[in-house]
Write a protein that binds this ligand. Structure first.
Ligand SMILES: [Zn+2]
Length: 89
């Protein structure tokens, strides 16, 4: 168990075309909840794609917010155990 392990998620907010990095586990909050990304932009957690067999619509979005990317890079330099996950709903 690593309860103190830092974790960031690359996520496409509802209605967005780029990925932002957040430190809140996406599944821990209901869809539509506002979350502040590392670049201070507020995004809304996306609804999960349904049915689950369908490819999540965000999967094709690979463009990352440059400001969030810089924050993640800096955090990785400080903390090599930082877990970075790309999250699709
Ligand atoms: Zn961002």
């Amino acid at each position: 168990m690593f309860p103190d392990q830092e974790h960031v998620w690359w996520i496409v907010g509802a209605g967005q075309r780029v990925r932002h990095a957040i430190t809140v586990r996406p599944g821990a909050r209901p869809a539509g909840d506002p979350v502040t990304a590392l670049c201070a932009t507020t995004i809304k957690l996306p609804h999960e794609t349904w049915p689950a067999t369908k490819e999540p619509s965000s999967r094709r979005i690979t463009e990352r917010c440059p400001e969030c990317e810089q924050h993640v890079d800096e955090q990785l330099e400080r903390d090599r155990d930082l877990v970075v996950t790309t999250w699709d709903a």
